[in-house]
Design a protein around this ligand. Structure first.
Ligand code: AMP
Length: 421
């Protein structure tokens, strides 16, 4: 029979790797609380319309990368390719905006895109991100970028990452820029790829995202979006930069950074890694002041970012040391069947007191169990044999220095509390 394997572009995260994920998740939760953000969890699938309306029909994601299907009742459903639209949907659906003027949220979870798999590019990947609703002020932009920076720093990868920053202006500015850019491109329109020619009509800004060398060259002298900034756009962008400087967060300005989705306004940013190769985007985000309204809510400013967790893990050096927290404190060695009830009950008491305890359900020999105990990385072995059972005592062996003592079972918890103080 054919061996069934994971679907192309999806991966198992095996026990040897899950601890790295937990380290990353712990840091995300930690930074989230330090900035006063609360976690939100939304369903894995949504109505297809949600993504089509928010991201734009002609984006790569919506036009060719979504996993979509018709449900039995005819509803078009899609596995979420990103989480901003679902979070905004939830924000509107539960009137979170009326509960408090500011809603600061973060999320962690899988996303799905039918891309061509390669290193750092998967079909099921994991994202974490933040969304802050309610403030259009530049300090909010700086706060969201600072959160990303904190997470990168705590993982030890801020030095090998680079922050690129741009402002694509308010919707008025973008409209004006759209026309200016079209005028610039029009004489060379026939030299553009088919995709770019399509974008010329639908969303010419996205042509700036091109990876084609000849198009990049052609765009070298293109007018910059900054030529179309309103006074407020200018003030906003300069303030974001001032605040980042005040927090010593290094960045470079990239006037070509527009980001692929329709909903961005003003600040856009991206952290790239110097160690990742072709798929070097670690995290991208921006302001989306029109999105809540586009999805049917009351006009509410918002800004957020999304980050790829697989790419973070790839970029992380020395994560092994960071995850070096002791996994097992105690290995329980029980030498005969009669002792099992006591062994299970003592193990449970220890667990309730907060210790990690593992034991051997294979009823192996003492020698084999002691070998396992040493392999497990546990600091102590507890040994319960016939004599100990009769005397209501237990042997405690320090696996680091080999010292072994006998103590009363009733003193066990107290003994460990004393040791680990
Ligand atoms: P985006 O929503 O496209 O800006 O994606 C945000 C982040 O998710 C990127 O910066 C990547 O780190 C990550 N990402 C996007 N697509 C993929 C993918 N197919 N596989 C792995 N990571 C991805």
């Amino acid at each position: 029979m054919r061996q069934i394997r994971t679907v192309k572009g999806t991966h198992d995260i095996l026990p040897g790797d899950t601890n790295k994920w937990q380290v990353l998740e712990k840091i995300i939760h930690g930074v989230g609380s330090r900035f006063g953000y609360q976690e939100i969890r939304t369903p894995i699938f949504e109505e297809t319309q949600l993504f089509a309306r928010s991201m734009g029909e002609d984006t790569d994601i919506v036009s060719k990368e979504m996993y979509s299907w018709k449900d039995r009742d005819g509803t078009n459903l899609t596995l979420r390719p990103e989480l901003t639209a679902p979070v905004v949907r939830s924000f509107i659906q539960h009137s979170l905006g009326t509960a408090a003027p500011l809603q600061r949220l973060y999320y962690i979870g899988p996303s799905f895109r039918r891309e061509r798999p390669q290193k750092g590019r998967l079909r099921q990947f994991h994202q974490f991100g933040v969304e802050a609703f309610g403030s259009g002020n530049p300090e909010q932009d700086a706060e969201v970028i600072a959160m990303a920076w904190h997470i990168l720093s705590q993982l030890g990868i801020s030095e090998s990452s680079a922050l690129q920053l741009n402002s694509i202006g308010s919707p008025d500015c973008r409209m004006a820029y759209r026309e200016t850019l079209k005028e610039f491109i029009r004489p060379n329109l026939d030299q553009l790829s088919e995709t770019s020619q399509k974008r010329f009509e639908t969303n010419p800004l996205r042509i700036l995202d091109t990876k084609a060398t000849h198009e990049k060259k052609m765009l070298e002298g293109a007018p910059s979006v900054s030529d179309c900034y309103t006074d407020e756009d200018k003030w906003h962008f300069e303030s974001v930069q001032d605040f980042l400087n005040a927090m010593d967060i290094p960045f470079t300005l990239n006037p070509r950074l527009v980001r692929g989705l329709d909903y961005y306004t003003r600040t856009v940013f991206e952290f790239t890694s110097k160690t990742l190769g072709a798929q070097d985007a670690l995290l991208g985000g921006g302001r989306y002041d029109g999105l809540v309204e586009t999805l049917g809510g009351k006009a509410t400013p918002g800004i957020g970012f999304a980050a790829g967790m697989e790419r973070f893990l790839m970029a992380m050096e020395e994560i092994e040391q960071k995850s070096g927290e002791s996994k097992n404190d105690i290995y329980f060695v029980c030498l005969n069947e009669e002792g099992l009830s006591d062994a299970l009950s003592l193990s449970n008491e220890l667990r309730q007191a907060g210790y990690n305890v593992i034991s051997d359900p294979l009823r192996r020999s003492m020698k084999a169990q002691m070998r396992e105990a040493n392999k497990s990385g546990a600091r102590f072995a507890l040994i319960l044999g016939e004599t100990e059972r009769e005397q209501k005592s237990i042997q405690v062996k320090d696996l680091k220095n080999g010292d072994q003592i006998s103590i009363a079972q009733s003193d066990l918890i107290h003994h460990f509390q004393h040791l680990t103080k």
